[in-house]
Design a protein around this ligand. Structure first.
Ligand code: FES
Length: 115
């Protein structure tokens, strides 16, 4: 189960990441939370967070071209849905983690699963 957006709130630890003013629409931000590499996107004022790790060959993913909510891996071109983490095309066949995002005041928070 990789789409952590479906986790109950009490099963997540929400971490402050960035102020909303510092991540304008169309921008993305790379962060590390514990040992997780995550990329956070602002798409038209909606925020999406996924693992910065392609399930095909464990390469970095977040620098790929984004078309709507569909991200293309810069290495071999697999597509992923940044809302759900779902693998949409070969050569990836395994979904990647997608994390819940919430806004608290002016701060964007990402939820990571509690151990
Ligand atoms: S590493 Fe992403 S498609 Fe191969």
């Amino acid at each position: 189960m990789y789409n952590y957006r479906n986790l109950e709130k009490e099963d997540c630890e929400f971490v402050d990441v960035v102020e909303t003013d510092d991540l304008p629409t169309g921008e993305r931000l790379f962060i590390e939370i514990d040992d997780l590499s995550i990329v956070l996107f602002n798409v038209g004022g909606e925020y999406y967070a996924i693992a910065d790790l392609c399930s095909h060959d464990d390469g970095p993913l977040g620098d790929g071209d984004l078309d709507g909510l569909e991200l293309a891996c810069p290495r071999h071109g697999a597509h992923f849905d940044i809302k759900t983490g779902k693998a949409l095309s070969l050569p990836a066949i395994v979904d990647i983690p997608a994390y819940p995002v919430r806004i608290m005041g002016e701060t964007i928070q990402i939820g990571v699963p509690r151990d």
